[in-house]
Design a protein around this ligand. Structure first.
Ligand SMILES: Nc1ncnc2c1ncn2[C@@H]1O[C@H](COP(=O)(O)OP(=O)(O)O)[C@@H](O)[C@H]1O
Ligand SMILES: O=C(O)[C@H](O)[C@@H](O)[C@H](O)[C@H](O)COP(=O)(O)O
Length: 185
């Protein structure tokens, strides 16, 4: 596969996005962004109270991440982004910014040229049992384990025509990294 501009490591909370993303970026020599660091304070407070985010909470956060990806890729920088990106629409926003948000028919903009990020999606996929076990052991994180089920409920795993690979969270970190490296060759 020709190297994408950006590689998205996605999945529910506790699937290993931050761990895998950071390791991968350091092995590739690519820049690493963790989407958790870009949540507005209101989103963090909401999640901290055990309330799942909704589309309205996530869309501006994802648009900001798209702008960052676009800027980096345009300057020739390869990027690994760890981001839940649970729904297809969310991944479309990472690729196309607000043009990824479905428009109402009467809104203008259909003929605008889209600035797209070429994105390889890596989905870390696993069961409630395995992932909740990891979340219960994780310390010092704002995301309560009780939100896991709400994330699995809305998860839309990537599918064609998205460019993606899916890897089980039960693999070891080195197996996960090796699988991604192989896909990038
Ligand atoms: N493949 C793996 N095997 C075992 N433990 C893992 C694996 N990937 C991540 N972990 C552990 O699971 C927990 C959740 O990982 P984390 O990277 O914080 O997930 P996320 O960023 O998706 O919320 C962490 O304690 C991490 O060390
Ligand atoms: O879209 C969301 O609801 C959040 O982004 C969420 O999916 C994310 O998981 C949290 O930021 C917690 O962070 P961890 O994924 O690192 O647990």
């Amino acid at each position: 596969m020709a190297a994408p501009g950006a590689l998205l490591v996605m999945g529910v909370s506790g699937s290993g996005k931050s761990t895998v993303g950071a390791l991968l970026a350091s092995q590739l020599g690519w820049k690493f962004y963790d989407a958790d660091d870009y949540h507005p304070e209101e989103n963090r407070i909401k999640m901290g109270k055990g309330i799942p985010l909704n589309d309205q909470d996530r869309i501006p956060w994802l648009c900001n991440l798209h702008d960052i990806l676009l800027r980096e890729v345009a300057s020739g920088q390869h990027v690994v982004l760890a981001c839940s990106a649970l729904k297809k629409m969310y991944r479309d926003i990472l690729i196309r910014g607000k043009d990824g948000v479905p428009r109402k028919c009467d809104e203008p903009g259909k003929d605008e040229k889209l600035a797209e990020v070429k994105l390889l999606v890596v989905h870390l996929s696993g069961s409630f049992e395995v992932i909740s076990g990891r979340l219960l052991k994780r310390k010092g994180h704002f995301m309560p384990p009780e939100l896991l089920q709400s994330q699995l409920d809305i998860l839309e795993p990537p599918s064609a025509p998205e460019i993606f690979i899916q890897i089980s969270v039960t693999k070891t970190l080195s197996e996960i990294i090796a699988t991604i490296m192989k896909a990038l060759k």
